[in-house]
Ligand binder design. Sequence first.
Ligand code: MTE
Ligand code: MO
Length: 319
Amino acid sequence: MNVIRRKGWEIPEREATPESLAMNRRALMRGGALLGAGAILPGLSEATLAADDPTAGLYPAKRNESYKLDRGLTSEPTASKYNNFYEFSLNKSAYLQAESLKARPWTLKIDGLVAKPLDMSADDLIKAMPLEERLYRHRCVEAWSMTMPWTGFPLKKLVEYAKPLGSAKFIRFETFMDPKMAPGQRAFFPWPYVEALTMAEATNDLALMVTGAYGKPLPNVFGAPIRLHLPWKYGFKSVKSITKVSFLEKRPKTFWEESGPGEYGFWANVNPEVPHPRWSQATEEVIGTGDRRATLLFNGYGEYVADLYKGLEKENLYM
Ligand SMILES: Nc1nc2c(c(=O)[nH]1)N[C@H]1C(S)=C(S)[C@@H](COP(=O)(O)O)O[C@H]1N2
Ligand SMILES: [Mo]
C-alpha cells in the first residue's frame, strides 16, 4: 500500500510501502507488465454495464438515515479515481485497469460450516436482499479518508441466509482469482485477496455488503458486483469483488497478514493512538478537500462496535 500524492506532511512513498511490495513493484516495472495491460477506454464500460445488469432497476435505494456524517460526501469523480485495487494496479489509477473486470455473470459460493453449501448468482442474491443506502466514512491505513454513499444490505442478512452451523466462529471472504483479467495477479502476492471477521463482528449492524454507490450499481473500481464495507476498520478489511464466503472454526490467514506480517493484522480497528510501524495514524488526509483531520477511535463508530472488543485488550487489536 502506498501514498502517491505527497505534500509536506505526507510520508515519502518509499516509507509508506511495505518492503515486500516495493520490491515487487520494481520487478513489475521492469517487466512493464502492469500499467496499461488489459485497460480499455474509460467511459465505455459504464454504458455496457448498465445494459447487462439485471439489478439496475433496484437503484437508487432508500437511504437509512441512522448513519450520520460529520463531514461532506466525497464527490463521485474524486472517489472513483483514488482507489486501492491491487488485483489491477499498485497505483491509485487502478480505475483504468479495473475497466477490464468482468462483473457479470458472477457466481458467489457459500461454503464451509453451513447447513447447505451453495453457488448462486450475485444478481439473484442482490435481488433477494433488502437494499438500503448508508452514508459511511472510510479510513485507509495509508492515513487518508473518504465519505461514501454506499448501497447494500447488512452482512447479517447474508449470514442468516447462509445458515451457519453453531461451530462456525469466523467468516472468510475471497476475491476472484483470474490473472488473465487482472494484471496485478500476475505479480507475486499471496493471491487471491482474503479477509475475515469473527461471527460477532459479521453480525454487527454496521457491517455492510455493498452492491452500489452514488445511487447506482457498483462500478468496477469499487469492487463490483459485491464487496464488503466495515467503516470502523482500516480500508483493507473491506474486501472487493467477492466470489466466496466461507464459515470456519479456525481463524484464517488474511492477504495482508501474509503480505506484511507485523504491519497489517487481523483486527485492524482504526485507532489514532497506535501508529503503523512506519507512520502515524493520528490524522488523515480527507481526499478531495485539502483538509487534514484528527482520526477518531473506531473511525468514530465506537458506539456501535466498542463492545465487540471488550476483554480482547491483550490482543493486537489495531494491526
Ligand atoms: N480485493 C481487494 N479488495 C480491496 C483492496 C484490494 O486491493 N483488493 N484494497 C483495500 C483497500 S487498502 C482499500 S483502502 C479499499 C478501497 O476501496 P475504494 O476503492 O472503494 O475506496 O478497498 C480494500 N479492498
Ligand atoms: Mo486501504
